[in-house]
Design a protein. Structure first.
Length: 302
């Protein structure tokens, strides 16, 4: 996939996606008019006439390059769901320009969403102060989040920077969605195993409409029959029901909710916690082990 795009020098994410002050000062109505702008270059956009980047790290793509990136990253992601760089590329290639713009409009329609767009907070281990979160009560959003990170062995610092979304503000919206993903995990309790990821992606698709989250459901074909059965019987219906009825999760200002009771936030958003997937899988393994040992003992006795 690297051959599809030009190489750019590495730029620290600390300086990426900073607000353009002349655009920010115009307010939500004016910025809506510039979200799809990609270049001031009067010449036709082509591989031989690539416009300059719109923000640090941005890689402008032709329509053909974007289509090739979507197909290539989609195929790789299907067979290797742990290639987070390919999943990120698929998300960006399929979100622009229509679907990420829908998310941006949802943020502009919400007072909290507008504040997030104005402040441009980033979710990292340093910005969240994880040591402080570990001092919070387990019933708080921050306590639940950091406990989930520790249990799953996950860090908030592993999210790739957005590169293939042309508009600078829409790129931040995509970055915010990406960095908030682990909060959705913590809020629902779903683990990072493939089965849990597919269930959460189904919830995200119902809530955000991002194509990548819907395409992730193709991974059902690679799962075991028992896992597919649980998805169709438990987690799929839960994802659709909760994703459609809950508020726009992109508008949660997570940094301000750390000391909020997690049940209160779930109730406010209209999200019910699904059955504990790790507990179900643990019981299933224990039952298989019991049946195997019983069969072995019966064979010895006979």
């Amino acid at each position: 996939m690297k051959a599809l795009t030009p190489r750019l020098s590495s730029i620290s994410s600390r300086h990426a996606l900073q607000p353009a002050h002349h655009i920010q000062s115009l307010g939500p109505i004016a910025t809506a008019a510039v979200c799809t702008t990609t270049s001031n270059n009067s010449r036709p956009f082509s591989v031989l006439n690539r416009p300059p980047p719109n923000y640090p790290g941005h890689v402008p793509l032709t329509k053909l390059e974007r289509a090739a990136l979507a197909v290539g990253s989609g195929v790789v992601s299907l067979f290797d769901p742990y290639r987070h760089d390919m999943i990120a590329a698929l998300g960006e290639a399929t979100a622009s320009p229509y679907f990420v713009e829908r998310l941006r409009r949802a943020m502009l329609a919400s007072p909290t969403g507008r504040r997030i767009l104005r402040d441009r907070p980033r979710i990292t281990s340093s910005s969240l102060d994880l040591p402080f979160l570990r001092t919070l009560a387990p019933s708080t959003v921050g306590g639940t989040y950091v406990a989930w990170l520790d249990r799953e062995g996950v860090s908030p610092d592993t999210r790739d920077a957005v590169r293939y979304v042309d508009d600078e503000e829409c790129a931040y919206v995509m970055q915010r969605y990406r960095e908030s993903h682990d909060f959705y995990h913590a809020l629902t309790g779903l683990p990072v195993v493939r089965e849990g990821e597919v269930a959460l992606k189904a919830f995200e698709f119902a809530n955000t409409r991002l194509p990548m989250t819907g395409l992730a459901l193709l991974a059902l074909a690679t799962m075991r029959p028992a896992e597919r059965g649980r998805f169709w019987g438990i987690y799929g219906p839960w994802a659709v029901r909760n994703g459609l009825r809950s508020g726009e999760v992109i508008n949660v200002y997570w940094e301000e909710e750390m000391e909020t009771d997690v049940e209160e936030l779930r109730a406010r958003l209209g999200i019910e916690r699904p059955p504990d997937l790790r507990d179900i899988r643990k019981r299933e393994r224990a039952e298989k082990k019991r049946l195997k040992e019983a069969a072995a003992a019966q064979a010895v006795a006979s």
